[in-house]
Design a protein around this ligand. Structure first.
Ligand code: ZN
Ligand code: MN
Length: 480
């Protein structure tokens, strides 16, 4: 039997503000516990919250980029629950009247294009963090760090329009790319600035009502989104296929076992007793404010991709890779302009630069080769002053030790060797050192030519002009 899957995502993203949403405390990650706190974010009775204007701007910018309608009036509400990391006993969020609603995202997936509706986007504060024996004291001790308490978040809720784990991962990835590209969040899941929960249900017919759903939490790494959801979908399908029922519950993804496990059942479902926050007035946003944000919205990844294809004649694949981050796009454009070879710049960046960065687990921000330096290297290779293999050698030096390519070529004597006499001598030596392939060539096994050319190139440390080498090798082999 075929089952139909419905997934809805709830994405929390930390806004890139310097200070918290309702007080002046710093949002910097990694400070010693309870050093970025004050009476407001510690929930002292009588302390009054003041809304951070920059948080509103970033949240509204995110809403616009995701195609949502930003409402002229939205209202903060208290969401009540008890937990040690929540000193006020409630989280200030938005409930009945959120900042924005009704967005839409177009996703390309292996199964074809999909439209995913965004139900709402609202602002809220983050809670603190419980630290269980993590160096705070003994194993049996739990401490609470309130540095995160009051950090500004947006929560983005999609409709259950997602029909597979793969589309869910693509959708989450798109949300992250958009938010990062427009400077709303740093998208760092390891530091908790981007989190993803998912509601999953399956049913037997596409027009049957949605099945019983579970909520999967704690998907704490980008690469686990698809795996966690696939596990949960398969688990529910197996239950139904065996004639059993899916329990409505909250489940936790455990990356060490690759499974989701039950955390709490429906009987413990929360009643948050929402009520409007009396200490904050309704948030009024003018059409002028929204218009200004729309006009100044940074380029979205999709627009960047199309622009690179149109401006530089790049294939869709290259444009997709080079628009994975704004920093990478900027780097590419600087190299393309300075080298005058847009496709060459794309090849160098995709193969050498990204290859080297990925192997080191670094990203483009860690690269110490200035765009002008990489462009000079490309020009050196394009002009024929150095050979292809030498260019790669020089790149390696630049990557590890820095330095300008011209200086490296000069200092190491790496310029291409075109001199006929030098190359002829090198070819004679090399052929003398490899009598067997020479014999084989003369006996009719012409493939050994490539091997011998390679040996001469190696003997020249990659500096000899490959065409001259090839011509000399062939001429010598033909003379008996
Ligand atoms: Zn504070
Ligand atoms: Mn939330």
């Amino acid at each position: 039997m075929q089952y139909f899957t419905s997934v809805g995502l709830e994405v929390h993203a930390q806004l890139l503000t310097a200070s918290k949403i309702f007080c002046g405390c710093s949002t910097a990650f990694g400070a010693p516990p309870n050093t970025n706190v004050c009476q407001i974010c510690l929930g002292y009775p009588g302390a009054l919250p003041v809304l951070n204007r920059n948080a509103v701007e970033l949240a509204a910018r995110a809403a616009i980029a995701l195609g949502c309608t930003v409402h002229p009036v939205s209202v903060f509400a208290r969401k009540h629950y008890f937990y040690p990391d929540l000193p006020k006993g409630y989280q200030i969020s938005q409930h009945a009247l959120p900042l924005a609603t009704d967005g839409l995202m177009a996703i390309d997936s292996a199964g074809g294009p999909r439209s995913i509706r965004i139900v709402r986007l609202h602002m809220e504060e983050d809670a603190g963090k419980s630290l269980h024996g993590e160096g705070v004291s003994t194993e049996s001790f739990t401490g609470v760090d309130f540095n995160r308490s009051g950090v500004p978040l947006i929560e983005i809720v999609t409709a259950p329009d997602i029909d597979s784990a793969e589309v869910a991962a693509a959708c989450f990835s798109r949300i992250r790319d958009v938010l990062v590209a427009i400077g709303v969040t740093d998208g760092n899941m390891e530091e908790g600035s981007l989190r993803c929960d998912a509601n999953v249900s399956v049913r037997l017919s596409s027009d049957a009502p949605l099945g019983v759903k579970t909520e999967t939490k704690n998907i704490n790494s980008f690469r686990f989104v698809q795996r966690a959801l696939q596990f949960e979908i398969d688990r529910q399908v197996a239950l139904l296929a065996a004639g059993e029922r899916v329990e409505q519950e909250t489940r936790l993804w455990d990356s060490s076992t690759g499974r989701t496990v039950s955390m709490r059942g429906k009987e413990e479902a929360h009643d948050y007793r929402y009520l409007p926050e009396p200490d904050l007035r309704p948030l009024h946003i003018s059409p002028q404010f929204v218009g200004e944000l729309r006009r100044t919205l940074p380029e979205l990844p999709e627009q960047a991709r199309e622009r690179l294809m149109a401006t530089y004649g790049l294939p869709a694949y290259d444009a997709g890779v080079l628009t994975q981050s704004v920093a990478l796009t900027r780097y590419y454009e600087a190299v393309a302009a300075a080298s005058g070879n847009p496709k060459g710049a794309s090849n160098w960046i995709m193969v050498e630069v990204l290859g080297r960065l990925n192997a080191a687990g670094d990203d483009i921000a860690d690269l110490e080769i200035a765009p002008e330096s990489l462009a000079s290297l490309i020009r050196l290779a394009d002009s024929g002053r150095i050979t292809g293999p030498t260019a790669k050698q020089v790149f390696e030096r630049m990557f590890v030790e820095g330095g300008r390519p011209e200086a490296i070529v000069e200092a190491e004597g790496l310029a291409r060797v075109n001199d006929e006499a030098t190359i002829a001598a090198l070819v004679r030596e090399t052929l003398a050192a490899h009598p067997k392939p020479v014999e084989q060539y003369r006996a009719g096994k012409k493939q050994t030519l490539g091997f011998l050319v390679g040996q001469v190139m190696k003997a020249s440390s990659g500096k000899a002009d490959p065409e001259t080498v090839s011509r000399h090798v062939r001429r010598l082999l033909e003379q008996v």
